[in-house]
Design a protein. Structure first.
Length: 296
């Protein structure tokens, strides 16, 4: 009887171990299955970040195997990191050809929207419209008090984006006619700039239209407002394409996400809702060297 008991016990233990082993394999298999999902990291422009974040949310809800990480850091960071192969997508407000140290030939451009940008001021400065000449004078330090351009007797506080910012590069190229802004407080994030200008008396900076709300006063230039209609015809020239660069042609999984950003539900949904312009709304196109031609 003792021998029978021992044999039965051994069999039971063996079966239990086998079951545990199979369970481990199943758990391991399930884990590997989960880990085998598509992981995409998109880094760069904070002006483009709200749109990519919005697209990511709806895309992931429809594509459960995707894990998409979206981070800011500026266009320069996005371009340098995608060029180095450190991230999947480099988000940028500027063409790769405009960034030193980036081999644009290695990168493939995917334009997903257009973003307008505008000078913004603290709501209490008392100014809504200035000339482009006055704007340049303010940012180059020749005008230092708002009363010089029709506003309050208050010192002007210039807030800049960091040197790697695509928003800054676009603003200086098209808003300041290539002039370099004076040295002043610099911020890496569009969100931080928005908060500082709203809270700082006399402050002026520049933001993508997607960041501008009632907490700020946007400025018109020479009586031209930064509207979608004026951007579409280049009447308002301070705008840029929103680029999502990949190193070489994207694989089918990454392309699926990039194509999604061009789908009608995104172009006519989040693109417009967040203050961008759909690519299809543009009446003109502009090359990296600034040549403007009508879209036929």
């Amino acid at each position: 009887m003792k021998k029978v008991y021992l044999v039965v016990t051994a069999v039971v233990v063996t079966l239990l171990l086998a079951a545990c082993g199979n369970g481990g394999k199943k758990a391991e298999s399930a884990s590997n299955e989960k880990d085998s999902g598509v992981k995409i990291t998109a880094v760069g422009s904070t002006a483009l970040q709200p749109l990519v974040d919005a697209a990511k949310e709806s895309f992931e809800s429809e594509n459960k195997t995707y894990q998409i990480t979206v981070q800011g850091g500026g266009s320069g960071t996005g371009l340098s990191q995608v060029s180095a192969g450190a991230v999947t997508i480099g988000n940028s407000d500027v063409f790769a050809e405009e960034k030193e140290g980036v081999n644009a030939k290695d990168l493939v451009d995917h334009k997903v929207a257009v973003v307008g940008m505008a000078p913004v001021v603290n709501k209490e400065v008392g100014v809504k419209n200035i000339s482009k000449e006055q704007l340049i004078a303010i940012f180059t330090g020749k005008v230092t008090n708002w009363k010089e351009v029709g506003g309050k007797d208050e010192k002007i506080a210039v807030i800049n984006r960091a040197s790697g910012s695509g928003t800054r590069a676009t603003f200086e190229k098209w808003g300041l006619d290539g002039a370099t802004a004076i040295q002043s407080q610099e911020q890496d994030s569009s969100g931080t700039v928005k908060k500082i200008v709203a809270q700082t008396p006399g402050a002026i900076s520049y933001l993508a239209l997607s960041y501008i709300d009632e907490s700020l006063q946007e400025l018109s230039l020479d009586n031209v407002a930064p509207t979608a209609e004026n951007i579409a015809t280049n009447k308002w020239p301070i705008w840029s394409y929103e680029h999502m660069y990949t190193k070489g042609e994207p694989d089918k999984n990454v392309k699926k996400f990039l194509d999604y950003l061009l789908a009608d539900e995104i172009q006519n949904g989040p693109v417009k809702e967040l203050g961008y312009l759909p690519i299809t709304s543009m009446k003109i196109e502009r090359t990296v060297d600034g040549k403007v031609t009508p879209i036929k």
